[in-house]
Design a protein around this ligand. Sequence first.
Ligand code: GLA
Length: 397
Amino acid sequence: MLVNLPPMGWNSWNTFGENINDELIRQSADKLVASGLKDAGYEYIVIDDCWSERQRDPETGRIVPDHAKFPNGMKAVADYVHSKGLKFGMYSCAGVRTCADYPGSFDNEFLDARTFAEWGVDYLKYDYCNFPKSADGPTAYRRMGNALRACGRDIVYSLCNWGSDDVWSWVRSAGGHLYRSTGDIFDTNASFAAIARSQLEKFCYSGNNCFNDMDMLTVGMFGKGNVGRTEGTCTMETYKTQFALWTLMGSPLMLGCDLRAMTPEILALVTNKDLLAFNQDPEARPAFVANRYLRGPVSQQIPDHVVLAKLLSDGDMALGFFNLTDRPGEFFLQFDDLGFPASTGYGLRLTDIFTGKEFGLFSEQMKMAGEPFHCAVFRAHPEPCQARIAGLRYDFG
Ligand code: GLA
């Protein structure tokens, strides 16, 4: 099956952890539709870990939904999600037990894939905890890939081995459509910034039909919930940075906040048309670091204050200035590094995607300064440009 754009939806883990049930999932599906998120492209409702009984059914060997949390069974939940025009995702693990100690799918891959197909599952997140030391990770992931392909239903295969075993080198051949390329996110500035930095060398592996997954977003959690933290918590401004990074970097966009409690500002951010267009651009080209240092070892060539650019299919370019540190930062961008030296006779007309305002026509170079964990993001339109407009300094955040 083809998954040509980064999947978008909602996942229960970041906010709810083990506190999930039939009603919560239905309410989240309702809210995805009523809020306009579905119209913006968010289509998956994914139940993460902790949905099953602690043991398989001794007679059938099947995983059984927790009777108290899901008294109507899982097919009823899937049917409800489908009735809202949405798709239904579930979770299992390549190990013998999941990360939260529920049954995993190791050695039961084909049975479990058939079970998921019978319930009407459209998406499977497949974790990596409690994996037998004597077994081979890539082989187990291939096995579930084969099981999903043989189960008689199109199921998106979302691998979650946190970037281990050089997953980018085999994930496509194992049938994966997306794969976690990082460890787990927490709802802090330092956490999302570290994840973003860790991806800068890995863009080239992401593209149509198999995307680097930077983990579920914490946007809108404001420190609450399962991966919420009281220290270093994100603010409305730094959520803009997190969301812009995920969109520009082509990550799947799985919301992790309580949809029922979203503020209008958060809703506006995650439905920002320009940011979603960057993420869902049909060519799905990777971004590149546009202010890479020119000298020194490769590992030191990436600055803390990162300028990312991404070619869009309409000829424009997405351009983002990201301060990934807890210190105010300075940016210096040479347009030569974007492929637009002055000799081309072209500059870039920039539109601020958060305000929608035209920012100006620039060429040759730009200087920017930004507050800790803040960003400035533009749609850049190449245009013939005679005058040199250089040395402008813009302070954001
Ligand atoms: C791992 C995954 C998380 C989440 C938990 C559930 O840590 O990386 O995304 O699924 O397991 O236990």
